[in-house]
Design a protein around this ligand. Structure first.
Ligand code: FAS
Ligand code: PHB
Length: 388
């Protein structure tokens, strides 16, 4: 096969990139390791920045989001049961769109089908070749060997994919911080506990009350890394969740059976550069943030924005300045989101080795956001997404 851009990975990064490139007249092929239903079964992010929502609309995949998604003006923060509101709209004039990644991925698949995009599922043994010369990709599918000759390769295959590792190890600079806890998340057909999200800091550990719709809730509690989902009955989850929420919120919590339960480890990770020859990395293939700041999916979107701009310029008038600037442009925004995600995670979670002084610093950070317009505006600007 021949394509102008071969895309490895059919998650949000790969699908959004494929959709926007095809709308710009640039031919792609998407290679996805899993089947479509498997990709759509993943429960991941829930909050879209304005930039990501606008990109989905530009891609022609924003209609259901605008119909079913909910715009939030702010969120609540609580510290050992005392809750206060952070009004993003009042602080920086922006909102966020609450709409699950599963739905985003479904909308992107439908938009890709509508334009007849080529997505090959269930591929195996993907290998990237000759990245600094004449790039091509080989793979196996249904026992048959395949090859795609292309101008460029986009590595959108997530943290465990093959693309990042196709960059010579001695040319990669990797930065990592692993947090000493994970998030146990459940999905339940219960009404959200509040109209907006609640990020709760508590001596017992962090909790987050989120949602997917008026009848579907997505909640998390911080758990030790040694915990497994099967260690937690639904009842045990709800009891612990209640203890970490403000009492007035816990009193109105409606519980129910979990329809999904999983534990995600928390890490901060960046691999530089995000470009090597004809290979460009997008999304989780290049970086991972702890989900506290709701930045993972949104960084994938801004990476795609910068790469599409660069490739449009290349194919439209042979200019390579956009593709040459991709890595530096994307990384500048990645590191800002890295810092925000790390700072919110550090402020809101219980660290096993934290001293009494550390706990006071966390409480004081939270108190500063409650009392200072400047601190609240800084949080609002970062949470709603820095400009592209
Ligand atoms: P993805 O990992 O989503 O997609 C990569 C795709 O590449 C996958 O479909 C995979 O099957 C495919 N692939 C991998 N290797 C391949 C190969 N060799 N060949 C072909 N295909 C291959 N972000 C938030 O903002 N909020 C959250 O609450 C949140 N929760 C998360 C929970 C979990 C368990 C995980 C893992 C991530 C979470 N994230 C969250 C981050 C998540 O939303 C990512 O940022 C988002 O999925 C990034 O999208 P992609 O870059 O497309 O990577
Ligand atoms: C979610 O709804 O899954 C969600 C929302 C905000 C976060 C993390 C996860 O910071």
């Amino acid at each position: 096969m021949r394509a102008q851009v071969a895309i490895i990975g059919g998650g949000p990064s790969g699908l959004l990139l494929s959709q926007l490139l095809n709308k710009a007249g640039i031919a792609t092929v998407v290679l996805e390791r899993k089947g479509r239903e498997h990709v759509l079964s993943r429960i991941r992010a829930g909050v879209l920045e304005t930039g990501a929502a606008d990109l989905l609309r530009e891609a022609g995949a924003g209609t259901r989001m605008d119909r079913e998604g909910v715009l939030h003006d702010g969120c609540h923060l609580s510290s050992n049961g005392r809750m206060f509101h952070v009004d993003f709209k009042q602080a920086c004039g922006r909102q966020v769109m609450v709409y699950g990644q599963t739905e985003v991925t479904r909308d992107l698949y439908e938009a890709q089908d509508a334009i007849g995009a080529t997505i090959l599922h269930d591929v195996e043994d993907v290998v990237l070749h000759d990245l600094t010369g004449t790039p091509h990709v080989t793979f196996m599918r249904n026992g048959v060997a395949g090859r795609i000759d292309c101008d460029f390769i986009a590595g959108c295959d997530g943290f465990h994919g093959v693309s990042r590792r196709a960059i010579p190890e001695d040319r990669r600079r990797e930065f990592e911080k692993v947090y000493p806890f994970g998030w146990l998340g459940i999905l339940s057909r219960t009404p959200p506990v509040d109209a907006e999200l609640i990020y709760a800091s508590h001596d017992r550990g962090f909790a987050l009350a989120s949602m997917r719709s008026a009848v579907l809730s997505r909640h998390y509690i911080q758990v030790p890394l040694t915990d497994r989902p099967e260690d937690w009955t639904d009842e045990a989850f709800w009891d612990e969740f209640r203890l970490r929420l403000p009492p007035e919120v816990a009193a109105r919590l409606v519980t129910g059976p979990s329809i999904e339960k999983s534990i995600a480890p928390l890490r901060s990770f960046v691999s530089e550069p995000m470009r090597w020859g004809k290979l460009f990395l997008c999304g989780d293939a290049a970086h991972i943030v702890p989900p506290t700041g709701a930045k993972g999916l949104n960084l994938a979107a801004s990476d795609v924005h910068y790469l599409v701009e660069g490739l449009r310029g290349f194919y439209a008038n042979g200019q390579s300045d956009g593709v040459d600037a991709y890595s530096d442009r994307a990384l500048a925004r990645v590191w800002q989101a890295m810092r925000f995600s790390w700072s919110l995670t550090t402020m809101m979670h219980r660290f096993p080795d934290a001293s009494a002084y550390d706990r006071r610093m966390q409480d004081t950070d939270l108190a500063q956001i409650e009392r200072s317009d400047t601190a609240r505006r800084l949080m609002a600007e970062n949470y709603t997404g820095l400009p592209y």
